[in-house]
Ligand binder design. Sequence first.
Ligand SMILES: NC(=O)c1ccc[n+]([C@@H]2O[C@H](COP(=O)([O-])OP(=O)(O)OC[C@H]3O[C@@H](n4cnc5c(N)ncnc54)[C@H](O)[C@@H]3O)[C@@H](O)[C@H]2O)c1
Length: 380
Amino acid sequence: MKRTLRLAMVGGGEGAFIGSIHRAAAALDGDWRLVAGAFSSDPERNRRSGEMLGIEPERTYPSLDALLVAEAALPPEKRIDAVSIVTPNHLHAPMAIAALDAGFHVFCEKPMALNMEESRQIAQAAARSGRQFGLAFTYSGYPLVEEARVRVARGDFGKIRLVQVEYSQGWLSQAIDREGNKQAEWRTDPARAGLGGCLGDIGTHAFHLAEHVSGLQVQELCADLATHVPDRRLDDDVSVLLRLTDGARGVLKATQVAAGDENGLKLRIYGEHGGLEWAQMEPNTLNLRWLDRPAEIIRAGGPGLADSTLQRLRTPAGHPEGYIEAFANLYRAFANRIAGEVGKDCSFPSVDAGLRTMAFVESVIANNASDRKWTELAAG
Ligand SMILES: NC(=O)c1ccc[n+]([C@@H]2O[C@H](COP(=O)([O-])OP(=O)(O)OC[C@H]3O[C@@H](n4cnc5c(N)ncnc54)[C@H](O)[C@@H]3O)[C@@H](O)[C@H]2O)c1
């Protein structure tokens, strides 16, 4: 039987956003137990965070480097199996590479790194270590996203013609980065966020979801980046026309200045016979529409779902699952892969997804800066 794996977390201290979601998700199915961490670069905040989480004081470390050295020296039955990286983006590459080289599996937040060069270095570290590298493209973890992927792949809609993805947020509509909002502050700083602002933060999610569900790859693009908030140093609004494999066309819209919008991620895919629509704020419904028959509503937990979708559900129909459970599906697949659980869900975004999304970021920026209308998406 698969044992409970031991997890360390870097980042995710008091006041952080995504760390607590990772902790809840990793714990949900009993696959992971958090036993160590370097939760904050602020020593007192780090200590308080470790205490609050019930971590043994000697396993709340002042830094990732200290964590890796000390954990590697522990006997195998106590030592961590994996490190979860939930820090701002500029730390992903150095931390992931250090953890992989120390012999630990890594589950890392997106975007993979600041740029393509760093992303390639992570890919090389993963290859030479032989350890698993998971990437938190959360939305691929939703059960009905899996159902949508399966139905497109088995040809329900015929040849795919249109891929339309929109990720609309409004929380960066004002200069809250200059008013003490911690999450906004590093996301609008090129040194800590990377090449893209909204593009790297949520454009990558939209791009990954579109390619993941459609099974197609973006080959060429035509982009328009905008920065609406005065003196902001990175884009806050992204529009991209897409040319995908097999002649499909697409549109990707990502923005963080749609004032009042929450987390409006929506995907629509249309083939010759019909199409689908999935929206993150109503994640337990998948809408299908057809040329020759009435529309269908597919519900999480309802009849007719694929086996791989059922593996991603925990509750009966009508008991909504959401964001934490989607994350938990990625953590469970990551654990299954590490434990070699053949026949179970071992599917999670990894190095390939990281390289492609980073290629998308760099290609959009290059296109936006060029005079050419269409440019290729440089392969990852
Ligand atoms: N997958 C998703 O849906 C999703 C959602 C939100 C954020 N994210 C990603 O998660 C990451 C963190 O985002 P956030 O919004 O939680 O940021 P945040 O600012 O809320 O949290 C970052 C944490 O990292 C800690 N930290 C910074 N430097 C550190 C260091 N040297 N050592 C240890 N800890 C350190 C901070 O103290 C803080 O606790 C980003 O890469 C972001 O893109 C992903």
